[in-house]
Design a protein around this ligand. Structure first.
Ligand code: ADP
Ligand code: MG
Length: 254
């Protein structure tokens, strides 16, 4: 259990969509909450998949500008989930204006960290389901995060994107160790997947050891609207998310 003065911020990010960001963000948030971390999942992707999985609808009156100021308006937007220790800041279509909004602010690249620090009393962990793209919002998310987790499918294009993210961290002088990757949607029967995973796990120290398998039990998060470990705790995929959480927690607790 984390009893940190400073709230830890974990973001799940990739420029690409469809790589398993939302699946990881929801399952990790659930597992963190189960482990006793008071957890806030921020659904910053206007598509709202995390909010959907947790069965939460946004308030009508979202004002991103007011939200960023923190205080009672921000606290009022937060919803309880069906699970102990897990709350959600739901997605909203207006989050698509976040970039414009941040651009107008002082210290525009580090504005989000100040926002999260406003929740230090209430949570041990903030998890961000980040929208795809590289924008001012993503840069804010990188700067606000103690750990940026990057799901990578073991295919050529997914690895190309991963290299672009690493290059961006370099270029912006962000610490390389803050970004860690893990293999997502791994299909062991494909030799390309097997060979790619083996190579990267040997050569790239930024990869976690865990591999999240391609599994229909993960897709069932849609119809079930629930995290995988809550309805299929002993499945290989749930066990893999458990391992992902242990590796993540070990980095956050350092
Ligand atoms: N390990 C997995 N095995 C099978 N399907 C998965 C897995 N991870 C995600 N999916 C499915 O793939 C689609 C994209 O996943 P999602 O987590 O929404 O990706 P992202 O948030 O990166 O766009 C969803 O339909 C999801 O159910
Ligand atoms: Mg998503």
């Amino acid at each position: 259990m984390a009893k940190n003065k400073k709230v830890k911020v974990l973001s799940v990010y990739n420029i690409k969509g469809g790589v398993g960001k939302t699946a990881a963000a929801v399952n990790l948030s659930y597992l963190a909450a189960q482990a006793g971390w008071r957890t806030l999942l921020c659904d910053f992707d206007p598509q709202g998949a995390s909010s959907y999985y947790l069965r939460i609808k946004p308030e009508d009156k979202m004002k991103p500008k007011k939200l960023l100021k923190g205080g009672s308006f921000a606290h009022k937007q937060i919803k309880e989930s069906d699970y102990p220790n897990l709350e959600l800041l739901p997605a909203h279509l207006d989050y698509r204006h976040f970039d414009l909004l941040l651009d107008k602010q002082k210290k525009s690249k580090s504005r989000l960290r100040a926002f999260f620090d406003g929740f230090a009393e209430d949570y041990d962990l903030i998890v961000i389901d980040a929208p795809p793209n590289i924008t001012l919002l993503s840069e804010n998310i990188f700067r606000a995060s103690d750990l940026v987790l990057i799901p990578v499918i073991p295919t050529t294009l997914s690895l190309l994107t991963y290299a672009q993210i690493r290059a961006f961290f370099d270029q912006e002088d962000l610490p390389a160790r803050r970004a860690r990757a893990f293999f997502s949607m791994v299909e062991k029967r494909k030799s390309l997947h097997r060979e790619t995973v083996e190579k990267y796990l040997q050569e790239d120290p930024h990869f976690f050891a865990v591999q999240i398998p391609m599994a229909s039990v993960v897709e069932k998060m849609g119809p079930n609207r629930a995290p995988v470990p809550s309805y299929a705790a002993s499945s290989p995929a749930a066990r893999a998310y458990g391992e992902l959480w242990r590796e993540t927690a070990a980095v956050l607790e350092r």
